[in-house]
Structures are given as structure tokens and as C-alpha cells.
Write a protein that binds this ligand. Structure first.
Ligand code: MIG
Length: 822
């Protein structure tokens, strides 16, 4: 029976084996299920959990929760930095923030909740779960995490959910389409080249993750300092149950800013991220651009036309065709055989030349910028070390890694080619960065100033770092003059290097009105020097749209007309005689306003207060200023209210905020706090001066190299308030103002006491003006006395002066007393 035995033996062994295999199989299945579950568990959002420990030292608070690390550090009594990550926090690095934390000693209490307070800002953190809330000195709640959702993690992504006040409004985020108040909307930040974008497009060219929340008569700011793709949702698609913002990766660092007003918050925000340095005076003039003026002779003709036709202009642009085969830092020998001679000739006519520069560097052995770049290892690479190649204007290109010091130095050195050729304006384009196909791979590596990273983190700062390289390079190459740098793409803080324009807009009324909102939002977000292509870049405006747009843009900081290749001519004379006459008038008005505007630019450089002020800055609690139709209105400087109107409307409903307002063109007075129907013909955009304020003008000049007459004109609009205007002058071009070579003085209009006081000037600069012409509007005033150093020096009684008087512009403290005749 050996066989049978054998058989049994086999059967038993097989059975045992089968059993073992089945068991192994089961174990594997169970393990796989568990693993699957675990994987699933990882695939859901995870809350931040409870506070496990909280310690405070050196003004900072460190918290560990179940799933995260949190650090709160005060930068000033009103600004606190909050950092959150699911990994231990690393050393903080930022391209945006330039301020160092000040010495602040917050009070720390660790009880049932954690308190971490200064005199101005109170932080309270509940422990189970972790939720943070911010209150002001009066214990009024400003902002708090959403109770249910709080802070959520998904892999590397971090989302913060905040409670919404029922009436809360949101402004900021820089260059975004849509309304001024962003409540109920959602936005993404990922710098994007969007040719002829729509009025709903998002994202566009710039990333400025800063917004201001306004509710219950109070406001606060939140700046998210994270350059990965970020999202801001102000209650969209969630029935307004909460707002939330997120970053795709990296640490979630946000700054919470407390302030009594929007202006104060902007001041604090620009203290953190820096301000626009005062630009050259000429960059406030009218600028003429198109894609493209060439050859040199064509530009001479355009320039000559401006002068012959007596239309003021300061800057002419060269778009890409001035280059040799679109190679940056070269000149086309056929179109511009001697660029230095060309800029000199234009210079003699009172023009500065600005040129476009693109980041893509042509891969060409006979191109020194390229070979030098290869030698210095400045270009972007894949992780393997292979160079990235993408196609743009010159064909195959390598792209500089501007987050690397050597690259910035290399770029800066080549800027000298431009400054040596007499170029004074540097127009940074295509720096989202953009390449044909619009999808540069995220896998590319960046130095990120020693914090090696990928395109995912560096993409949004690319444009900003390009402008930094340009700005620093030009300053080095041409140290005595302030450069004018302009950019399409940038990041928060980029205002330190560059002015901005809103890219490839379209010739339509909607775009014209939207540009007014975009410039307001950019101003709220730290970019005081902003503008849009007048007339619309893509397509052709008719003469009404062109004229209307020009009349609005004359009150915006960056005043440039530009248009797409193959569009119709768009110089001020190109649309017929009638348009030319109105355009001349509009541009003349701008030039007469230069002393007023330059003072506003100076203020922006000192406090961040934008030149174009959204009405929410001064009238935060007036719901009408956010209303559809009225939200396009803005203040230009502190005194002028500008009301954009559609091109085909010859009258408009405008809203005047509280106070009294004078229409500048007629001096008619209007009551504020309500809407008015006013005439709005193409040659008379509704612009109002605020009662109690002043407007300062000079005589007409054709360009800023020309001196105005030596009389400064001040128009006082009668009211019943006191207002101070900080008047500022300097040479308009050099850095001497840093050595106190400026002329700055407060001019106080006290309509109650009926006096106009010129306080002592500061600085060593001698004013261009020897005389003052003071004009009173709205109050038929008779000037009585001129009092200098407390002594009455002139008694005007006999040679009166109704409404207007001329007097020497004395450097001593002096005041004019007047008497109202009505
Ligand atoms: O691929 O240089 O937004 O102002 O005229 C288009 C040509 C590149 C885009 C800019 C526009 C400029 C144009 N540029």
C-alpha cells in the first residue's frame, strides 16, 4: 500500500499547503484592506486638532497641535505673523517682506484658552480644537477661524476657513477682474499671460495675496506670504457660510494687520512689503506706445507730431521690433542703426525712450548674452541638469533663473547695454513667465536664493525677481538717475522695483471701466503706480471710447496709450481733428496737475497711500461706494473725485460721498451723500473737487524737461473743514532727495478760521516757483492779510482781490487771511 500511503501523504501535504496559501492570501487581503483604509484616511482633509503645548519666548508664541506646528510673532503692535505647517517650521524666507520684526513684548496667558496680546491687537486661541481669533484694543472681534472647519490639511495643501460677518466686504488682491468688493467671489493666484482677457478672467498676470476685510465699521488686513498657487474664496459657492484661503504647498504664513482705517492698513502692509520709491517726474507725463514703432524715422515723425501739434508727451516706447531677431539687449541694425543717436535726438526734443525686455534668451551661439549666460550658469534646468528650452519671440529660448544672485547680476550687467544707449524706461514683459503654449513645466528647478525649489513655488515670483534684476542692474549702470521700470507680472512687494500695467486688455467700455477698478485694487494692494493700456490693447476703439478712456486715464498714475500690432493708429491726432482737440485738452490738464500729482506720488512713496484711491479708503462705511456703477469712481490724490462714464453716455448717474463737491469744469456745487445725474460729454468727464480741499497746478509745459512759469497755482474749494496738503518738490530725476534736497511743506486750509497757512518748508531744495496764485472757489473771498512770522506784512484792503490773489512764494511760515463776502 505504499502508493496509497504516498497518496495520503500528498493529499495531506497539499491540503496543508493549500491551507497555508489561503491563509497567506487572507492575510494579504486584510493587510491590503488596512493599507487601503490607511491610504483612504490620508486622502481626506485633516483638521489641525487640539493644542498640545504652547510656549512663549522672545515675543513669539510656539504651539504644537495634534497635526501641526504654529508660530505667532508680532512684527509691530498691530501686525502679527502667523505660521502654520504640518511639518516643523523652517527658517522663514520671503521675497515679499522686507521689514524686520520690531521689539514688541506681547502678554502671554496660558489658561483655558491662550491669550497673546499687545495694547492694539488681541489674539485668543481656543485649545480644543485650535482656533484663533483677533480682536482690537476694545475687545471688538475683527476676525476668527471658522468654528467647524478651522484649519485643514490635505497632503501639502493648507486651507484656513474664517468666519464671515453677515455684512463683511472684501477689497484688495491687486489686479483682479470683477467688482471692487469681492464678497461672494473666488480667485486663484497663478501668474498668467492671458491675451485679450475677458472681464471675468482669473487668474491674470500678478499675484498679490493681500486683502482687507471690512465689517461693523472696522477693518483688518490679511497678507498670505506664500508664492505657491493660492486660492481666495470670499464666500463663493458655500452660501456665504465662511470664507477660506489656501496654499497648494509650503508653509502657510499669513500676516494679520490691525488698523483704524484702510489707509492705515495699507500703510502697515507697505511697511512690511516696501513701497514704490519716488519715480522720475517724467514717468508721470503722457507716454506713447504701440506694437511697434519702427524704424527710427517713424518714431521721429511721431515725436515731431507731438511737438508740432502741441500735445504734451514725455515718453515714447519701442516694442519688440527694435531688437535684432528679438534678442534682448541687442538692437536691429536695419531698423535702428544707431540707437544712442536715436535716443539723443529724441532727448533733444524732450522725450525719454522706454524699451521692452523679455526674459527668454535666444539659444544662439553668436549671441553674447546667451553664451555669457551659459558660462555663468544662469538658466533654468530640469532636475537632471538638462537646460529647459521653450519657444517665445526669438524661437528656442532658455530662461534665466532670476531667483539666483548670479543670474540677477548677469542680467543687471547686460542692462548697461540699454542705459549706454540712452534708454531710460525698462518695460518687463512675458515674465509670468510666458512661452508659446502657455505651460512651462513645473518640474524646473530654481535656486530661490539658496532654498532650492521648483517652478511650483517660484512661478509667481518670477516677474518680481526679473524686475528686481532690472531695477538693480539699471541703478548700478546708471546710478545718478531714478529708473522707470514697468512690468506685467509681479508678486506682493514688487512695488519696490516696478510700476505695473494691466496687460492685454480689450477696446471696450467694460474694459475701460474695469481698468478703473483694477487700478484701485492695485493701489489698495501696495502698487501705487499702475495703469492700463489706454483705448484697449486688442481691437480698435472708436473715437468716443478712445477719448473717454484717455480722459479717465489722465487721473491714473501710469498714463500710457498702447495697442496691439495691426490695430489702427492711436496717437492723439489719429482719430480726427475733433478727437485731437479733446485729447490735447485732456493731456494739457494732466500736465497742469503735475505738482499735485507729484506730491501724491511722494506721499505714496512715504506711506503707501495710493495715488488712485478707491472710495472705500475715505468712505469705508458708505455702502454706496461699493455699489454697481459707483464702484468705478475714485479719488485721484486727496481732492479730486473722478467718475468714469461709458463712452456713448452723455450724462451719468454719479454718487458723491458725504460733504460738498465742486464740479471742476463749472465750479457748480453739489451736495454729497447722494447720487446726481450730471452731464458727461466726451470733453468733460465728471470730475469734482472736495470742499475744503485744494488743487495745485503749474503752467502748461510740453514735457517735463521744460520749466513751467514760476507761479504755482492753488485753488481753494470753500468748505467748513480743515485740510492739510503735503506739498512736495525735488529735482524730479536724481537721488539727491535722499540727502534732503527736496522742498516739502504742509499747506493747511482752514475754512473755519478762513486762513491758508504755509508751514515752514523742510529740505534744502529751492522751489521752482517764486509766486503763488491763490484762487478761491465757492466762497467769494476777499483776501485781507498776508501774515509772515506772525507779523502782518501786507494789507490787501484797497487793491482787492476778489477770488484771486498773487503773492510771493515765501519760504517763511506765512498765512493768508480772507473774508467771505457772502
Ligand atoms: O506676445 O511685445 O502685453 O503689451 O505689445 C505678446 C508685444 C508680447 C505682450 C504685451 C504687449 C506687447 C506684446 N507682448
Amino acid at each position: 500500500m505504499p502508493n496509497l500511503n504516498r497518496f495520503c501523504e500528498y493529499a495531506i501535504i497539499s491540503y496543508v499547503w493549500a491551507f497555508i496559501l489561503v491563509m497567506i492570501n487572507r492575510v494579504i487581503i486584510i493587510v491590503m484592506c488596512l493599507a487601503g483604509l490607511a491610504a483612504r484616511a490620508q486622502n481626506i482633509y485633516k483638521g489641525i486638532g487640539n493644542v498640545k503645548s504652547a510656549t512663549s519666548k522672545a515675543g513669539a508664541l510656539d504651539i504644537v497641535t495634534d497635526h501641526a506646528f504654529v508660530k505667532c510673532a508680532y512684527y509691530s503692535p498691530n501686525i502679527v505673523q502667523v505660521r502654520i505647517s504640518n511639518k516643523p517650521l523652517e527658517k522663514y524666507f520671503s521675497y515679499a517682506v522686507v521689514a524686520n520684526p520690531r521689539q514688541v513684548e506681547p502678554r502671554f496667558v496660558d489658561g483655558t484658552s491662550i491669550q497673546f496680546n499687545t495694547d492694539s491687537l488681541k489674539i485668543s486661541i481656543s485649545k480644543a480644537p485650535f482656533r484663533i481669533s483677533f480682536a482690537n484694543r476694545n475687545d471688538e472681534l475683527l476676525n476668527e477661524d471658522d468654528t467647524e472647519l478651522g484649519i485643514q490639511f490635505w497632503n501639502d495643501e493648507i486651507t484656513i476657513f474664517k468666519k464671515l460677518f453677515p455684512t463683511e466686504r472684501f477689497v484688495g488682491l491687486g489686479e483682479k477682474t470683477g467688482p471692487i468688493d469681492k464678497r461672494g467671489l473666488s480667485f486663484t493666484n497663478w501668474n498668467t499671460d492671458d491675451f485679450a482677457y475677458t472681464t471675468e478672467a482669473d487668474p491674470l498676470y500678478k499675484t498679490i495675496p493681500f486683502y482687507i476685510g471690512i465689517a461693523n465699521g472696522k477693518c483688518y488686513g490679511i497678507f498670505v506670504d506664500n508664492s505657491y498657487r493660492t486660492n481666495f474664496n470670499f464666500g463663493a459657492s458655500t452660501n456665504h457660510q465662511y470664507m477660506h484661503f489656501s496654499c497648494e504647498s509650503g508653509e502657510m504664513t499669513y500676516y494679520f494687520i490691525n488698523g483704524n482705517s484702510i489707509a492705515e492698513i495699507i500703510e502697515y502692509y507697505t511697511d512690511l512689503t516696501g513701497r514704490m520709491p519716488i519715480p522720475p517726474l517724467w514717468s508721470l507725463g503722457y507716454q506713447q506706445c504701440r506694437w511697434s514703432y519702427y524704424p527710427d524715422k517713424e518714431v521721429y515723425t511721431v515725436a515731431k507730431n507731438f511737438r508740432d501739434k502741441q500735445i504734451p508727451c514725455d515718453v515714447i516706447y519701442n516694442d519688440i521690433d527694435y531688437m535684432d531677431r528679438y534678442r534682448v539687449f541687442t538692437f536691429s541694425e536695419t531698423k535702428f542703426p544707431d540707437f544712442k543717436k536715436y535716443t539723443d535726438s529724441l532727448g533733444k526734443m524732450g522725450f525719454r525712450v522706454a524699451v521692452i525686455i523679455d526674459p527668454g534668451i535666444s539659444v544662439a551661439k553668436d549671441y553674447n548674452v546667451y553664451s555669457d549666460g551659459i558660462k555663468q550658469n544662469v538658466f533654468l534646468k530640469y532636475p537632471s541638469g538638462k537646460l529647459y528650452t521653450g519657444d517665445v519671440w526669438p524661437g528656442a529660448c532658455h530662461f534665466p533663473d532670476f531667483t539666483k544672485a548670479t543670474t540677477r547680476g548677469w542680467w543687471g550687467t547686460h542692462c548697461k547695454t540699454l542705459t549706454d544707449a540712452g534708454i531710460r524706461g525698462f518695460w518687463n514683459d512675458m515674465n509670468e513667465p510666458a512661452a508659446w503654449g502657455q505651460s512651462i513645466p513645473n518640474i524646473l528647478m530654481f535656486d530661490y536664493d539658496g532654498h532650492r525649489t521648483t517652478m511650483k513655488q517660484a512661478h509667481n515670483v518670477y516677474g518680481m525677481q526679473m524686475t528686481r534684476s532690472t531695477y538693480d542692474g539699471v541703478r548700478k549702470a546708471h546710478p545718478d538717475e531714478r529708473p522707470f521700470v514697468l512690468t506685467r507680472a509681479t508678486f506682493a512687494g514688487g512695488q519696490r522695483y516696478s510700476a505695473v500695467w494691466t496687460g492685454d486688455n480689450d477696446a471696450s467700455d467694460d474694459h475701460m471701466l474695469m481698468s478703473a477698478r483694477m487700478i484701485q485694487s492695485l493701489g489698495i494692494s501696495g502698487f501705487a503706480f499702475a495703469g492700463a493700456d489706454i483705448g484697449g490693447f486688442a481691437n480698435d476703439p472708436d473715437k468716443d471710447l478712445y477719448t473717454r478712456w484717455l480722459s479717465i486715464a489722465a487721473y491714473t498714475p501710469f498714463f500710457r496709450c498702447h495697442s496691439m500690432i495691426n490695430t489702427r493708429d492711436r496717437e492723439p491726432w489719429a482719430l480726427g481733428e475733433e478727437t485731437e482737440a479733446i485729447a490735447r485738452n485732456i493731456i494739457n490738464k494732466r500736465y497742469r496737475l503735475l505738482p499735485y500729482l507729484y506730491s501724491a506720488f511722494h506721499k505714496a512713496s512715504q506711506t503707501g497711500m495710493p495715488v488712485v484711491r478707491s472710495l472705500c479708503l475715505d468712505y469705508m462705511n458708505d455702502g454706496n461706494v461699493y455699489g454697481y456703477g459707483y464702484e468705478n469712481q475714485f479719488l485721484c490724490g486727496q481732492s479730486l473725485l473722478v467718475c468714469p462714464v461709458r463712452s456713448k453716455d452723455s450724462y451719468a448717474s454719479i454718487y458723491l460721498p458725504a460733504g460738498k463737491w465742486y464740479r471742476v469744469s463749472t465750479n457748480n456745487v453739489y451736495e454729497g451723500g447722494k447720487a446726481h445725474l450730471v452731464d458727461a460729454p466726451l470733453n468733460d468727464l465728471p470730475v469734482f473737487a472736495k470742499a475744503g480741499e485744494m488743487i495745485i497746478r503749474q503752467s502748461l509745459i510740453q514735457h517735463t524737461m521744460q520749466q513751467p512759469s514760476d507761479t504755482l497755482e492753488i485753488t481753494i474749494y470753500g468748505g467748513d473743514s480743515i485740510s492739510t496738503f503735503e506739498y512736495y518738490e525735488d529735482d524730479g530725476i536724481s537721488y539727491n532727495y535722499l540727502d534732503k534736497e527736496f522742498y516739502k511743506r504742509n499747506i493747511v486750509t482752514d475754512c473755519r478760521k478762513r486762513e491758508l497757512v504755509f508751514q515752514q518748508p523742510e529740505g534744502t531744495f529751492v522751489s521752482k516757483f517764486n509766486y503763488l496764485k491763490v484762487e478761491f472757489i465757492g466762497t467769494l473771498a476777499e483776501v485781507l492779510n498776508l501774515v509772515e512770522d506772525g507779523k502782518r506784512i501786507t494789507y490787501y484792503d484797497d487793491k482787492v482781490v476778489k477770488g484771486v490773489c498773487v503773492l510771493p512764494f515765501s519760504n517763511k511760515l506765512f498765512k493768508l487771511e480772507w473774508r467771505n463776502l457772502e
